[in-house]
Design a protein around this ligand. Structure first.
Ligand SMILES: *Cc1c(COP(=O)(O)O)cnc(C)c1O
Length: 473
């Protein structure tokens, strides 16, 4: 394997787009021109000067008030730009603008979507699958819960206390009760609390989270699946954020996960459904979630008889197995192209990208704790670290966290961007017993960093040093 020459800086995303955009568009443009001229109608023509003005105005608006998600000094929320291969594929496909709601909306991108979804199914170890891309993780989760409701009408949804907030909201949309299951000291769904909920017999679907959004904790899916089965409940895995970490769950993978987390990821193969967001760790622009079902038979639940349905194929087409109607074919093309460039493998493609992210979280944690100014809530299971300044009671800690957050973001030379998280007292007392004097406080404001970019690996120690230097005197 040839390594990139580190003496020569790699081109940034904008340079890559400038270099390759023409090449990306050319095959599609040439194909379109074969149909004869199709120039814009007079109503749609735009004077070049006006176009330039509009784009300049947009450029001003985009840069006047924004955060540098692309830069390693942005270590806050789960945000980063897509990979240039995804942008180029998306732009080339936009010349066509296929709609993957049905085969006739774009047969080529429907085929690309099926291949990309099959690659995800392979990653999760599903022997068979039915699935598709979606607008987002929220919509993908809604679809999985909607299927769960059809199979267990009226029965409740059980999700972890740190599950994504949209599960409770989607349960409301579906008219189902939602049960929040307490977390253990590591922020994972407590098995005892889950069994208590299941024992009542009213749970239809258990939502396990493989990588919680706040703490990055991995629910013990390997224990949850058999437990839920014993009580006749389905298991849906919300791996919107963490799903791609399945690649690091093989023994011997670089930056392999802790054994219990690896076992949890491997157990997704035995769940009923899983959601993963290519627009989080899959290098995609927004508008790319995915839902996969282990039993292709759930396809029967989608039957509808819209007179607009297209039928040019005997195959069950994507529009027949999706809650949504219109969906971006360009999103499928972008994700497919990305998977060609970065396969879903542990040792090449996505594996090393995720390995660098997890490595960054671990390196940051080690440097931050060694310097002595912060407590870290948990050793990072994936690439999220939650931490707070040491010293004083809960109110003083929260205030110090706010001050560090503001001071680093307002630094005129080299701002550092973090996120904040409010942790409930009850959980912090379980996770870090006796560490904090609470007074009247019921929550702690902590700092949170998602190391979603492999470039964070090289920056981890300097970020930790910046945090230490920013502590209030
Ligand atoms: C981000 C996230 C969601 C929601 O996905 P969107 O794509 O933002 O709608 C759901 N669950 C988890 C665990 C997430 O991290």
């Amino acid at each position: 394997m040839t390594m990139p020459d580190t003496a020569m800086p790699l081109p940034d995303a904008a340079s890559l787009l400038e270099t390759h955009l023409r090449g990306a568009l050319a095959p599609v443009a040439d194909w379109q021109r074969r149909f004869g001229p199709a120039l814009p109608a007079p109503e749609e023509t735009l004077a070049p000067e006006r176009l330039a003005e509009v784009l300049a105005a947009l450029g001003e608006r985009l840069t006047a008030d924004n955060y540098p998600f692309h830069h390693p000094r942005y270590a806050g929320q789960m945000l980063k730009p897509p990979h240039p291969v995804a942008m180029l594929a998306y732009m080339a496909t936009m010349l066509i603008n296929p709609n993957n709601h049905a085969l006739d909306g774009g047969p080529a991108t429907a085929a690309l979507e099926k291949e990309a979804v099959a690659a995800l199914a392979g990653m999760f170890g599903f022997a068979a699958h039915l699935g598709h891309l979606s607008a987002s993780g929220t919509i993908a989760n809604l679809e999985a819960l909607w299927v769960g409701r059809a199979l267990a009408p009226g029965r409740a949804i059980a999700h972890g206390a740190f599950a994504h907030y949209t599960h409770a909201r989607m349960a409301e949309v579906l008219g189902l009760p939602a049960v929040s299951v307490a977390a253990d000291a590591r922020g994972r769904m407590s098995l005892d609390a889950l069994e208590e909920a299941l024992a009542g017999g009213r749970i239809g679907t258990v939502v396990a989270t493989a990588g919680t959004t706040g703490l990055g904790a991995v629910d013990p899916i390997d224990r949850i699946v058999p437990l839920a089965r014993r009580y006749g409940a389905r298991v849906h895995v919300d791996a919107a954020y963490g799903g791609f970490y399945r690649l690091l769950a093989e023994p011997g993978a670089p930056e392999a996960l802790a054994p219990e987390d690896a076992a949890a990821f491997r157990a997704i193969a035995g769940a009923d459904s899983v959601v993963v967001d290519p627009h989080k760790h899959g290098l995609q622009p927004y508008g790319c979630g995915a839902v996969l079902f282990a039993d292709p038979g759930v396809g029967r639940l989608y039957s509808h008889d819209s007179p607009y349905t297209y039928f040019t194929s005997a195959e069950l087409h994507l529009g027949e197995i999706s809650l949504e109607c219109s969906r971006s074919g360009a999103a499928a093309a972008a994700f497919w192209a990305t998977l060609q460039a970065f396969p879903l493998e542990a040792a090449a493609g996505f594996g090393p990208i995720l390995g660098a992210c997890r490595g960054a979280a671990r390196r940051f944690t080690a440097a931050l704790t060694a310097a002595g100014g912060y407590a870290v809530a948990l050793p990072p299971a994936l690439d999220i670290v939650v931490y707070w300044p040491l010293g004083g009671g809960a109110a003083a800690i929260s205030a110090a966290a706010e001050r560090v957050f503001e001071a680093l973001m307002r630094d005129p030379e080299a701002p550092v961007y973090l996120a904040k998280i409010r942790l409930p007292r009850a959980w912090v007392e379980t996770a870090c017993p006796g560490a904090i004097a609470w007074g009247d406080e019921t929550e702690l404001t902590a700092l949170r960093s998602c190391f979603l970019k492999p470039s964070h690996l090289a920056a981890a120690e300097s970020l930790a040093a910046r945090l230490t230097a920013a502590l209030p005197a």
